[in-house]
Design a binder for this molecule. Structure first.
Ligand SMILES: Nc1ncnc2c1ncn2[C@@H]1O[C@H](COP(=O)(O)OP(=O)(O)O)[C@@H](O)[C@H]1O
Ligand SMILES: [Mg+2]
Length: 367
């Protein structure tokens, strides 16, 4: 139960570095909000300000309508889980989870009820007598979650909690954290630099860069309608294909033109294209937005050479060069039926409805 609001918040570190510049963000009660961005963009700083571990240089931070800039961390009713689990090595799992409750003078009986409940939800009941050294990374992370859970906080803060785990475990822990959010009915604020984690977990994603918010939206909004080239590139694996070129008109029709590529933009929403600062635009095509290779006909075909085929089990990526002039490789995801095609020139038909067009100079989306 926490509604958290940043209003014009700034954070300067003592050396004068501006880590957060004019942050305006409303976090709704019970939502799962993910702060996503590259290392150093200010995610942890933002989370630490919510926790009260970093003070706020300017602006206001409020919880449920009350300004809490100067409220100490222990009075904020939040729990935090870090990347390093920081468990007490000499205490058992039970004692680790119980520790905070003991400090707050809960009775042994109350503690047992809460610890047993958390252990059951996290499936670590059998581990309660072990010490952290006898646990795997994933089990330790669950204990750290359990320790935060028993406090029944009104907000749960997590700073890259899964980044020490191996890939398979990360995926199963994502599912568990999502389940935990559903069970707990509490505001979750989760920091990660991993776009897949953000897309999987979030109700809303906040994309940050250099101490600023670039875009806030649901995972679908951010993935389908990135506001600029940075956001478009940060989400999606492999990265969105970006082709620099020009807008041009011919016979009343609008085209995108680049070395070796010409796309009729009739199928594209053109209402914002007039906002372009010049004719220089960047076309964005996601790897999955190729409809077919070597179509028998079709107006919007890109002609190119397949440079390599990169199978990934379920399907494969094609590395494509569109022109001898442009030495850049582009990557598209296709089915396995194209496994043996490699020599020669092919026609690639793109899903024109899903193309992105950015102003090359401002990098802002024009559709
Ligand atoms: N104590 C500090 N003093 C000076 N600069 C800091 C301090 N802590 C963090 N920074 C800087 O603030 C920026 C944001 O840091 P941080 O919030 O930790 O980024 P993130 O969690 O997104 O990787 C970084 O450039 C970092 O170097
Ligand atoms: Mg960080």
């Amino acid at each position: 139960m926490a509604h958290i609001q940043f209003q014009q918040v700034k954070k300067f570190y003592p050396n004068g570095f501006v880590a957060i510049d004019d942050l305006n963000l409303e976090i709704y009660d019970n939502e799962f909000l993910v702060l996503l961005g590259p290392s150093g963009c200010g995610k942890s700083t933002t989370l630490n300000m919510i926790a009260g571990l970093e003070d706020i240089s300017a602006g206001t931070l409020s919880f449920n309508g009350q300004v809490i800039n100067d409220v100490s961390p222990d009075k904020r009713d939040i729990a935090m889980v870090f990347q390093s689990y920081a468990l007490y090595p000499h205490k058992t799992v039970y004692e680790n989870i119980a520790f905070g409750l003991k400090m707050r003078k809960f009775s042994n009986q109350e503690i047992k009820v809460l610890v047993d409940d958390a252990a059951r939800r996290l499936d670590i009941t059998k581990l309660l007598d072990r010490r952290p050294g006898q646990l795997s990374g994933g089990q330790r992370q669950r204990v750290a979650l359990g320790r935060a859970m028993v406090r029944r906080p009104s907000a749960f803060l997590m700073d890259e909690p899964l980044s020490n785990l191996d890939a398979a475990l990360r995926i199963s822990m994502r599912a568990e954290i999502k389940q935990l959010h559903q069970n707990m009915q509490t505001t979750f604020i989760y920091v990660t630099h991993d776009q897949a984690e953000a897309l999987t977990l979030a109700d809303r994603i906040v994309v940050m860069k250099d101490g600023q918010i670039l875009q806030i939206g649901t995972p679908d909004e951010i993935y389908e309608h990135p506001k600029n080239i940075f956001v478009a590139s940060f989400l999606g694996v492999p990265q969105i294909n970006l082709i620099e070129g020009n807008l041009m008109e011919e016979g009343g029709q609008l085209f995108f033109q680049s070395a070796g590529i010409r796309v009729n933009l009739a199928g594209v929403n053109q209402s914002n294209l007039s906002k372009a600062t010049s004719s220089q635009v960047t076309l964005g095509i996601r790897a999955e937005d190729v409809l077919s290779v070597d179509p028998s006909n079709g107006a919007d075909v890109f002609t190119g050479k397949i440079k390599s085929i990169l199978p990934i089990g379920s399907d494969q990526f094609l590395e494509i060069r569109f022109s001898e002039l442009d030495h850049k490789s582009y990557f598209f995801r296709v089915g396995k039926e194209y496994r043996n095609v490699i020599d020669g020139t092919f026609n690639f038909q793109m899903n024109v409805n899903r193309l992105h067009i950015f102003d090359t100079k401002t990098t802002l989306s024009l559709i």
